[in-house]
Write a protein that binds this ligand. Structure first.
Ligand code: FAD
Length: 330
């Protein structure tokens, strides 16, 4: 009995010492994406050292910011023209090179378009199962995620030697951006240019509004808005709150707004302090993206709309009257 428990204590302190996580940072060569800070918090919850990998054509701003983040032990920097456009085909061999040098037990990235693109490829190359969009860490091998569009919660235990995980940012607080003193080092050098894919160009939606996934207040519009021009009603209301504007898939499909505004199972997952759903019925795939918001307000003319089942405050009204009235009163 005594021998067994001593062995267990030794084993757990050995594991504690051996745990080490690589966080693949997301940035745009100019600034760090805040999702990386939430991902670092998930890494800290796993325990052990946290190393962050910054790859891109210009890594200075992100690596400087990351070296100051609390809990970051080391920042590996890979500045190379090969990483233009952050393609999965160029980044994967870099992550694998870092993995073979440092033997991390966990490799994490935020569950954004970037993380979802790169990490499953890394997992396949390591011959392990990727673990998608965790919402909690129970222990070093046990994680929680949602399934069935957020309608069931699954706790899974991974037996893989390396856990490759994407992290749902809204479920972890951002790590403090000061107080850390991570050592900045060069990532393993190599020939990372891919012959398989090449970044050609991108079209970004320009907006002065806060980024959707980090916004404290979000006003979302659905098919009930009837046209793209009518979204002006929501922009006027959003200006009063300094809010971001989102949309349902029906609004995106109808061409009212670009698809990077889509919230839901196949769009962005958000959890702001206040979510105002306007002319949105509340389909299960939409709720999957917003039902963890602190306070949900729904404006809909149909009292039977499913959105009212998750709303804290429901206004049964014609949005074309209710929204301007609300804007006027604020
Ligand atoms: C695989 C899959 C993935 C999907 N992923 C997503 C996703 O990520 N995000 C997403 O949003 N959807 C997603 N969908 C689509 C989803 O099923 C719904 O079709 C969509 O969310 C409906 O959008 P909506 O609520 O804007 O439109 P509708 O369901 O048409 O609802 C419009 C609402 O507006 C109200 N309304 C109309 N006029 C007014 C008015 N004048 N004043 C007040 N209220 C008014 C109506 O009462 C109605 O409730 C997905 C579907 C599938 C199959």
């Amino acid at each position: 009995m005594f021998v067994n428990s001593t062995r267990n204590v030794m084993r757990s302190s050995f594991l504690q010492r051996c745990k080490s996580t690589l966080v693949v940072a997301e940035h745009n060569n100019e600034a760090l994406n805040p999702l990386t800070l939430n991902t670092i918090s998930a890494a800290k919850k796993i325990g052990g050292d946290v190393t962050v990998l910054v790859a891109g054509t210009k890594c200075g701003p992100a690596s400087e910011a990351l070296s100051k983040v609390e809990g970051v032990t080391k920042v590996l920097v890979a500045e190379n023209a090969a990483f233009k456009g952050f393609t999965a085909e160029s980044l994967t061999p870099l992550v694998l090179a870092a993995q073979s040098q440092f033997k991390f037990t966990h490799i994490l990235a935020g569950a954004s378009a970037f993380g979802k693109n790169v990490l499953p490829r890394v997992a396949a190359k390591l011959d392990v199962s990727p673990i998608s969009e965790i919402i909690d860490v129970k222990s070093e091998d046990t994680f929680v995620r949602t399934i069935y569009a957020g309608n069931a919660i699954l706790t899974l235990k991974s037996k893989d030697p390396v856990k490759v995980i994407t992290v749902r940012g809204t479920n972890f607080p951002p790590a403090a951006t000061s107080g850390g003193s991570g050592a900045v080092e060069q990532a393993p050098a190599g020939e990372y240019a891919s012959s398989l894919s090449e970044f050609v160009s991108q079209e970004l939606t320009k907006s002065d509004r806060p980024e959707l996934t980090g916004a404290k207040v979000i006003i979302s519009g659905g098919r009930g808005l009837k046209s793209g021009d009518n979204f002006k009603l929501l922009y006027d209301l959003a200006d009063k709150f300094g809010a971001a504007v989102g949309a349902s898939r029906a609004a995106v499909d109808a061409g009212f707004v670009p698809n990077d505004l889509q919230i839901g199972q196949t769009g962005k997952i958000v959890a702001p302090e206040l979510y105002i759903a306007v002319g949105i019925s509340g389909a299960i795939q939409h709720l999957a993206g917003m039902k963890d918001s602190k306070t949900i307000v729904a404006i809909n003319k149909d009292p039977e709309a499913p959105i009212f089942q998750v709303a804290d405050i429901g206004i049964v009204a014609d949005l074309f009257k209710a929204v301007p009235e609300l804007t006027g009163k604020l």
